[in-house]
Design a protein around this ligand. Structure first.
Ligand code: ATP
Ligand code: MG
Ligand code: ZN
Length: 373
């Protein structure tokens, strides 16, 4: 079976989600015959840089676009002609992808310069996609710089990186920079929904939201989590399946734990920790999520307007729950608690009984409350 992220890699600009401004820039450039000779695609991982590089390769070379101004104005490759097809299946000799992580040196760049000098063999433009460009050695960057200063007419360079600050400014200043931002939870969900429908997978909204959240803005991560969960659990997916497959416990446990904490219910707090440990969940991961969640409670408690930020990433139910917990909480004690949890997080990583630092922290918190009264 082909990995989902390959099967569902967008073949047209209309399927590329969340980067409308980038699509507009590239489409206008083709319409107005002013494609740049060097682009730098930078930003968060798994957000579509390589995908867009291949789309741009098709946009520049699609026969239908070259032949017919109507197609050019549409700004979409036809995806049918020989050029589009050969790029889709990775067989176009004139589209050269280089992984700079494993080809870092000057020799590789010299080789590239040689190739760049020759005319394309069948397409209009020769396209060089240099992935992870920040990995090049400084000698290699210097050589690349020479080519970028006077790029051959028939060549388009597309440099891609997640770490633009490691690319020399001499290079970046000679490129058109396009920023790929993290994708929002809603956008990720939208794509997962489409995939679920096509793959005949019955998955509830809550589960889709959880996967989208875990992906932290990366569609590739979302698709591979989805892949993993569906491979292991068949056609019907619930939150339980996600928890089992990934060995995590989702927010449910965290909100219950916080509620019991704020209600001073030591019995229940200890129970929850036991259940998490017994179920084989990763307790360090749980603590990390707890810290993350508590920070939201604190933010909301100290500034109710923070709700607007959380709206971007939380479900309706989650927002309601978060507000409830903020109401229940005490600001100063929560701040103390989060500091201790961070300290516990450090200790947990080195402890053979990783749940103990967490448990002790929670007991301490409740104990102090008893002293206050
Ligand atoms: N904006 C997007 N719209 C739709 N699908 C996307 C988008 N971004 C990523 N994907 C999906 O994720 C997969 C990986 O995307 P891609 O390889 O383009 O990411 P990338 O930005 O190059 O990541 P990296 O920085 O790790 O190289 C694609 O095959 C596609 O299925
Ligand atoms: Mg990539
Ligand atoms: Zn075409």
């Amino acid at each position: 079976m082909t990995a989902i992220y390959r099967t569902y890699r967008p073949k047209l600009f209309k399927d590329l989600l969340g980067h409308e401004h980038i699509v507009t820039i590239l489409q206008n450039a083709i319409r107005e015959d002013r494609l740049s000779h060097a682009y730098l695609f930078h930003g968060s991982r798994g957000t579509g840089k390589t995908t867009t590089a291949r789309l741009l390769a098709k946009l520049a070379n699609c026969h239908k676009i070259i032949e017919d101004v109507k197609n050019k104005n549409k700004g979409e490759p036809c995806d049918q002609c020989l050029a589009c097809q050969s790029i889709n299946n990775g067989q176009a000799l004139d589209v050269i992808e280089i992984d700079a992580a494993s080809n870092r040196g000057i020799d590789e760049i010299r080789d590239l310069q040689e190739k760049a000098r020759l005319s394309p063999s069948s397409l209009k433009y020769k396209i060089f996609i240099i992935d992870e460009v920040h990995m090049l050695t400084s000698a290699a960057f210097n050589a690349l710089l020479k080519t970028l200063e006077e790029p051959p007419k028939h060549v388009i360079f597309i440099l891609a990186t997640t770490e633009i600050e490691k690319v020399p400014i001499t290079i970046t200043s000679r490129t058109q920079k396009l920023t790929f931002k993290k994708l929002t939870k809603d956008i990720i969900m939208q794509k997962l929904k489409t995939i679920a429908l096509k793959e005949n997978i019955d998955i509830d909204n809550e589960s889709l939201e959880i996967i989208s959240q875990l992906a932290e803005g990366s569609l590739r991560d979302a698709e591979s989590i989805f892949d993993q969960v569906t491979t292991n659990n068949g056609q019907k997916i619930t939150i339980k399946d996600i928890e089992k497959t990934l060995g995590i416990s989702v927010n449910n446990n965290i909100t219950i734990l916080l509620q019991k904490l704020f209600e001073n219910n030591l019995d229940e707090v200890l129970n929850i920790i036991n259940t998490i440990v017994d179920n084989g969940y990763d307790i360090i991961h749980f603590n990390k999520n707890l810290i993350d969640y508590l920070s939201k409670v604190i933010a909301l408690k100290s500034n109710p307007k923070a709700i607007n930020i959380f709206k971007l990433n939380l479900t309706e139910n989650e927002l309601k729950k978060l507000e409830e917990l903020a109401n229940l909480s005490d600001l100063n004690r929560s701040i103390e608690l989060i500091k201790s949890l961070i300290e516990a997080h450090r200790n947990m990583r080195y402890s053979p009984f990783s749940y103990i630092p967490l448990q002790v922290t929670l007991i301490e918190y409740l104990n102090k409350k008893a002293n206050f009264i």
